[in-house]
Design a protein around this ligand. Structure first.
Ligand code: ACO
Length: 328
C-alpha cells in the first residue's frame, strides 16, 4: 500500500492592528532603538487580540487561498503556547468559528510548534485519518510578557499564520527532523499567572547550534544540500540568530525569509508568518525546496523540507481588522 502524501495549497496570516515601535518602548522603558535593533533586529511588533481571533482570521485567509469551503477541512491542528484558556483547547473554538468538519487539537512545542503541527497534520493525511488539514500557528506572547521588563518586552509579540494541507500522490513533505532537550527546560519558562523568564545568552547559543544541526539533518534526509534550498524559513526570534544560522548552513540571506524586524518574536506564528510573507512577495515557484526550522522553549526544535506546489503572487503581510487588544 502506498501512503498518500500531502502538499500545501493555501496560506494566510493575521496580525493585530496595534503596532508598537521601538520609539514607543524607548519612551517608557530603559532601552533604546539602537540597542533593540543591534541586538535583535526588531524595529516594530504587533500586539493585541487573542489566539482564537488571530487564528480564525489567518485560517479563513488560508482556506480562501486554497479555494476550500470550511466543511471540506476535516482536521485543525493549532500550534500555540499561549492558549486562550487552560481548558478547553483553543482549537475547539477556532474549529467551531470557522465551521470546519472532523477533529481539532492544540500542539504546544513553543517556537517549534508550527513545524511540529505540520508534521502531525501530514501524518494524519498519510494514515487516512484526515483528507484536508488546516494547520495554524498562533500566539499572543505579549500576554505572558512583563511590560516593565526590558529584557523581554522588546522581543515578544502577537500574530498568527496558517497553511492548508491537501493529499497528493507527489508528496510535498520531503524530510523531517525534530527533538527536545528537556534537561534545558528551565532556560525559558512562564509559570501559571506569571511572566516569561529567559536566560537570553544561553538560549541564543543553543538556538544557533541546534537549528543548524536540525536543519542539516533534515537536508540530509531529503538528499539535498543548502544550494538546493530556494527559501530558508527559520524561527523569527532574533535577526542575529537568523544570520548566524544561515551563514553556518551556507544559505545566503537573499534566500532567507525574514519578518522579525516587523513582527518581533511571535513564537508558533513566526514560521508561517515568514513563509506567507515570502510567498506573497512572489519569492516561491512550484518545485522550489523550502526549509523550515523552529526552535523554542523546552528546548524544542523541528525542521522540515517541503516542495512548494503553488504559483504565488499577491501582497505582503495582512493586518487583521478587529483584533486590536484594548488592554496592553
Ligand atoms: N535595552 C537595553 N539594554 C538591555 C535590554 C534592553 N531592552 N535588555 C537587556 N539589556 C542589557 C542587559 O541588562 C545587559 O546589561 P549588563 O551587561 O549591564 O548586565 C546587556 O543589555 C546585555 O544583555 P544580554 O542579555 O547579554 O544581551 P544579548 O546580546 O545576549 O541580547 C537577547 C539579548 C536579545 C535576549 C538575546 O540573548 C536573544 O535573542 N536570545 C535568544 C532569544 C530566543 O531565541 N528565544 C527563542 C525562543 S523564544 C520561545 O520559545 C517563546
Amino acid at each position: 500500500m502506498t501512503l498518500p502524501g500531502a502538499v500545501i495549497t493555501g496560506w494566510g496570516t493575521a496580525l493585530p492592528d496595534t503596532v508598537v515601535t521601538n520609539a514607543q518602548l524607548e519612551a517608557r522603558l530603559d532601552t533604546t532603538d539602537e540597542w533593540i535593533v543591534s541586538r535583535s533586529g526588531i524595529r516594530e511588533r504587533h500586539v493585541g487580540g487573542t489566539v482564537s481571533t488571530l487564528a480564525i482570521d489567518a485560517g479563513r485567509r488560508a482556506l480562501e487561498r486554497a479555494g476550500l469551503a470550511p466543511e471540506q477541512v476535516d482536521l485543525l491542528v493549532l500550534a500555540t503556547c499561549t492558549p486562550d484558556l487552560a481548558v478547553p483547547a483553543t482549537s475547539a473554538a477556532v474549529h467551531f468559528a470557522l465551521g470546519l468538519s472532523g477533529g481539532a487539537f492544540d500542539v504546544n512545542a513553543a517556537c517549534a510548534g508550527f513545524v511540529y503541527a505540520l508534521v502531525a497534520a501530514h501524518g494524519a493525511v498519510s494514515c487516512g485519518a484526515a483528507q484536508r488539514v488546516l494547520v495554524i500557528g498562533a500566539d499572543c506572547v505579549s500576554l505572558l510578557t512583563d511590560p516593565d521588563d526590558r529584557a523581554t518586552a522588546v522581543l515578544f509579540a502577537d500574530g498568527a499564520g496558517a497553511v492548508v494541507l491537501e493529499p497528493s500522490d507527489d508528496d510535498g513533505l520531503l524530510a523531517v527532523d525534530f527533538g527536545v532537550d528537556g534537561s534545558a527546560h528551565d532556560l525559558l519558562t512562564c509559570a501559571h499567572g506569571g511572566y516569561m523568564e529567559m536566560e537570553g545568552k544561553e538560549v541564543f547559543r543553543r538556538a544557533v547550534r541546534t537549528t543548524v544541526d536540525s536543519a542539516s539533518r533534515a537536508l540530509q534526509r531529503a538528499n539535498l544540500t543548502p544550494d538546493d534550498i530556494a527559501l530558508f524559513v527559520p524561527h523569527q526570534a532574533n535577526l542575529r540568530i537568523i544570520e548566524a544560522v544561515a551563514s553556518r548552513l551556507g544559505v545566503p540571506m537573499q534566500r532567507v525569509a525574514v519578518v522579525v524586524d516587523r513582527t518581533g518574536n511571535t513564537s508558533s506564528a513566526s514560521v508561517p508568518l515568514a513563509l506567507a510573507d515570502a510567498s506573497d512577495a512572489g519569492r516561491l515557484r512550484p518545485g522550489d525546496h523550502v526549509l523550515m526550522s523552529g526552535f523554542g522553549a523546552g528546548m524544542t526544535w523541528a525542521s522540515t523540507v517541503v516542495r512548494w506546489n503553488v504559483d504565488t503572487a499577491g501582497s505582503a503581510l495582512a493586518s487583521s481588522p478587529g483584533t486590536r487588544g484594548e488592554k496592553r
